[in-house]
Structure formats: C-alpha cells, structure tokens
Design a protein. Structure first.
Lengths: 479, 97
C-alpha cells in the first residue's frame, strides 16, 4: 500500500465530508423546506452553477474510460470527446431564462413539477417519475460500483470496505445537507477535477519528452493514431459526429442536468456559468483525453483501457501528486452520484408522494420523510452495489440515451412550442425509451451512428404527431 | 386567462436561438477542420506546436475560439432580466433580486 498516494485521497474525502456537513447547517425549516432541500432555495451563483453542471455531467468515463479509449485509438478519440464542449453552454442557453422564470411562477422544485404544470396530465407525471427512478437508480448503482472499484484499486482494501468508505462519505452529506451540500461539494470536486487534469497532462508531456517528440513516436508506431479516424480506422465521421447528440446537445434531456437550470439566483449567475462551464468542460475533456493519447508513448502496452490513467499517474508523478490526480475520477463519480441520489429521492417524495398520495402532508413530516427517503434510497444503492443484480446492470445500459430520448422534447418543446400537449409528451416518452431499448438490443449503432440518434428523432416525430391529436393547450399564459 | 405573453420570454426565445446557432457553428468548425485537414494523406500533414494541424485547429483552437464566442454572446447579446416580478407589473420593474 502506497501511503503517499492514499494520503491526498483521504484528505480529499475528509474535506468533502466536512464541507458537506457544514453546509447542511443552513437547511431551513418551514414552508420553504422542499425548495431549500431539493434546490438550495434557487440561490446558486455563477461559479457554483457551472461547477455543479460540469461535475454532475462528468463521470468516471471522463477520467478513466475516455482516456483509456484515447490511449488505444489516438487523437480521433480526443476529437470525439470534444463534442462535449457544447454541453458547457447549450443546456443553459436553450432552457434559458424561460425555464428559470416558469419554474418560479409555478413554484417547481423538480423537473416533473414543470412537466406536470405544463401538460396537466397524470400519465406524463407517472411515466416521467417511473423512468427517472428506474433508470437513474440503476445508473447510480453502476457509478457506485465504479466508486468502490476506484477506492479498491488505489488503496488495496477489499471491495466491500471500499464501497463502505465511498458510501459513508457521500451519503451523510447528501442526506443531511440536500441540494446545497451537493452543489457546494460538486464545486470542490470540480476544482479537484481541473487540478488533476493540469497535473497529469503536464506530467505526461514532460515524461514523453515534449509534444513534438510524442507525436513523432506515435506516428512511427502507427500513423493512424494521429489521424481523426482512430488507430484501427474504426472512427467514421458520421459515427464521431453522432456523439454531438449523445454527449453534446442531447444532455439537455438528462433530468439531473436540466433540474440545475432552475436552481440559479439570477440572469447574471446563468451568464457567468455559461462562460465558466464551457471553459471547464472543454479543458477537462481536452486535457484528460490528450493525456491518455500521450500516455501511449510513456507507458506502452497496457492491455486494459481502464488501467491507463491510474498506471500513468503512478508512473509519471511523485506519489502525493498521483494521489491528487486519482482524486479527480473519485470526485467525478461522487459529484454524479450525489446529484442523482437527490434527484431520485425528490422524484419519490415530491412527484409521487406529495402529488398523489398526500398533497396536504405537514411540513414537519415532509422534512422527516425527505431525510428518510434519501437515506433509504442511498442505503439500497449501497446494498445493491455490493453484489449488483443482473437486472440493474441491464437497465443501466439504457439510462443515458434512454433518458435523453424520453425527456428532450417534452422539456424543450414544452417550453417553446405552444401546441405541444400531453398526448405528444406521453407518446414522446414511450417512443423515446421504447425505441432506444429496442434499437440498443437489436440494432446497436444502426447505419453507423450512435444508437441514440434515431430514438431522439422518433420521439420528436411522436411528440409532434401526438400534439396534433385532440388535446388541450396550456390554459394559462405561464408558458 | 391574461392577454399577451411575458416580455421576458421574448428575450429567452432569442437567446435560445443564439445558443443553438452557436452550437451549429461550433459543430461546423469542429467538423471542417478535423476532416478537411485531417482527411489528407498523413505525409501531407503540417504540424503546429507539435500537434497535427487538423487537431490544433479543430480541438485546441475550437476550444479557445468557442469559449471566447460564448463570452461575447453572453456579454453583448444576452440580456439581464429579473426572474421574480409582480405578475401585473411591466418592464419598468427593476432587478427583483
């Protein structure tokens, strides 16, 4: 066990834990409790908003899987990763001020509150809540497993112990502090992600003898590594471009991202967040994936892509710096699961319980319930992650693309197209999720594009066709 | 039902279109440099700061240029509107913050 490496990791975990706990003291009681617990009272400033959007979006794949693929495929994979630059500004620009204003008018705390008010349909609410709970729960469990595995591989403790350390550090602050603790810790985690990127990129360039030297060695090994087509020429322009939908503009449809677009304080915060967010997401994606490509020269012959980053950090950096770099993927995983955990619990409490089971529940009880449900969801994810059932792993396959295809049109067209109605939204939700699952299982990457492209088109058609059937437009001009 | 739409929505609609246009420009920049320059035979590649030119322009300059364009868009074309105002008041209302 390498204490040089473990110490910075431990300090990071303890810091996040303490800050999360400290933030939870601000939770208000009384009528604003739900808004406070699930949305931090809509008070996010520009920096925190940018960081929480980037950190929630960035997951283990930005730091482990992605750089591993770049190691194998070369600059073509960095090109693909740069499709994510657009997430830095697109979500906020498109949902824009309108989403934030509407959310205030109808007092929405969750994404489903918005959909409920917009479409006035029980089925829209039930289908949305169901897909959020089912898909995000499984996505969260998968990330949870990833968090445990990271700690296991860095420290050498057993997987169960690692999982316990991970769960303990995340669960306590999410349960106690709600959204505010989540976004403040996200900001710290985002900073760690940026610092980690700087360190590993610089270390790898130095170890490789400069960029020119690295490029000529890559070229000598396999010239395709420095083309946009990938080392095995598998990356066609169409396939790479289709990632602009999956990890670019389609991200608008991810509930854990769009809910953040109703949480900021004012227009100024949104403006700043777009600038900071674009810079940070571009920097992390460019830096980490380049480090993966450069690593091929420094440390050739790694067979398992997921091991590239950890091995590279340990090779080119002194132990304590490697510890900081390895805190970055951990930060990425934590900042994703804490947000998703809170979102799943808000769907259960606000969207199902308060909407349909007990609309007149007392404040004090709602408060206890919020802590309770968040704890129960968190603990069941922990339990599932110890030995993940096959069903969960299976469902996780559809989480990202399925949610995008389901929600992108009901949200975006719900905001900007007056004619859109409940029939359209229901059709869009069902066709989006259904066609994604069907295509992913039967015809993955049909016609050379990522699977997500067709379901997003089909759900658009479903939304439009559905909206032309008989149905009510919104009765108010709130929208 | 009240008449007219919230004036702030017009601002938001315009900004949503600007954001979409910027994303399309971003895609064109990214694609044109990557496959325009990168599609040539490797022997003809030129290099800037050690990077193949296609990569330098598409990914590195693309990142820099579009971060600056986002800054310009937000600074000069996006309008600050109050998020909370009295439903009946008009645009003379100050920042509700």
């Amino acid at each position: 066990m390498n204490w040089d490496v473990i110490l910075p990791l431990a300090i990071f975990l303890i810091l996040v834990f303490l800050v999360g706990i400290y933030t939870s003291r601000h939770i208000k009681s009384g009528p604003s409790f739900l808004q406070d617990y699930f949305l931090a009272g809509r008070e996010l400033g520009g920096f925190v908003l940018a960081m929480t959007m980037v950190a929630t979006y960035g997951s283990a794949s930005s730091f482990i899987g992605g750089p591993g693929a770049a190691y194998q495929l070369g600059l073509g994979w960095v090109l693909l990763a740069m499709a994510q630059l657009v997430t830095g500004y697109f979500t906020l620009a498109v949902l824009g001020k309108k989403f934030a204003i509407v959310a205030r008018k109808i007092n929405a705390v969750t994404l489903i509150d918005f959909l409920k008010a917009r479409y006035e349909s029980k089925w829209v609410v039930i289908l949305s809540a169901l897909s959020i709970v089912v898909f995000l729960f499984s996505a969260m469990a998968a990330q949870w497993v990833g968090g445990g595995r990271l700690i296991e591989s860095f420290t050498g403790v057993s997987y169960t112990t690692a999982l316990f350390i991970f769960s303990a550090s995340v669960l306590v602050y999410v349960i106690a502090g709600g959204f505010r603790a989540v976004v403040i810790t996200d900001a710290i985690q985002g900073v760690v992600m940026v610092i980690g990127t700087v360190i590993i990129l610089a270390g790898t360039i130095i170890a490789g003898g400069g960029i020119e030297n690295i490029m000529s060695e890559l070229r000598a090994e396999n010239p395709n590594l420095i083309t946009p087509y990938g080392s095995d020429q598998s990356l066609t322009p169409l396939y790479v471009s289709s990632f602009w939908i999956l990890v670019g503009v389609g991200v608008v449809g991810l509930p854990q991202i769009s809910v953040r677009a109703m949480s900021y304080r004012n227009a100024k915060a949104m403006h700043r967040a777009m600038i900071i967010g674009t810079f940070v997401v571009g920097f992390i994606m460019l830096g980490m994936h380049l480090a993966g490509v450069f690593g091929r020269v420094v440390l050739p012959g790694i067979e398992v892509p997921d091991k590239v980053m950890p091995l590279l950090a340990l090779e080119v950096l002194p132990g304590w710096l490697a510890g900081i770099v390895l805190a970055a993927p951990l930060a990425a995983v934590m900042s994703t699961v804490d947000s998703v955990l809170l979102l799943v619990s808000s769907a259960i409490i606000k969207d199902v319980y308060i909407n349909y089971i007990k609309p007149d529940a007392e404040e004090q009880f709602v408060k206890k319930l919020s802590f309770g449900i968040t704890a129960v969801v968190g603990l069941s994810v922990f339990a599932m992650a110890i030995n993940p059932p096959d069903l969960l792993i299976w469902l996780n396959l559809f989480a990202f693309g399925g949610l995008e295809a389901a929600f992108i049109w009901p949200i975006v067209l719900g905001l900007y197209w007056k004619r859109g109605n409940a029939n359209g939204a229901i059709a869009s939700l069902i066709i989006g999720v259904g066609s994604y699952m069907f295509l992913h299982l039967n015809y993955p990457n049909l016609w050379g594009m990522h699977t997500v492209v067709l379901p997003i088109l089909l759900s658009l058609i479903a939304y439009i066709v559905g909206s032309f059937t008989k149905g009510d437009r919104p009765h108010t001009n709130t929208f | 039902m009240k008449k007219g739409t919230d004036w702030r929505y017009r601002v938001s609609n315009r900004e949503a279109i600007m954001g979409t246009v910027l994303a399309i420009l971003n895609f064109i920049w990214w694609y044109a440099f990557a496959y325009g320059l990168g599609g040539r035979p490797i022997k003809e590649y030129t290099y800037i700061f050690g990077f193949p030119a296609w990569f330098f322009y598409s990914c590195i300059m693309g990142f820099v240029v579009f971060t600056i364009l986002v800054w310009i868009m937000v600074k000069f074309f996006f309008k600050e509107v109050p998020f909370e105002l009295d439903e009946t008041s008009d645009k003379e209302e100050g920042d509700a913050q």
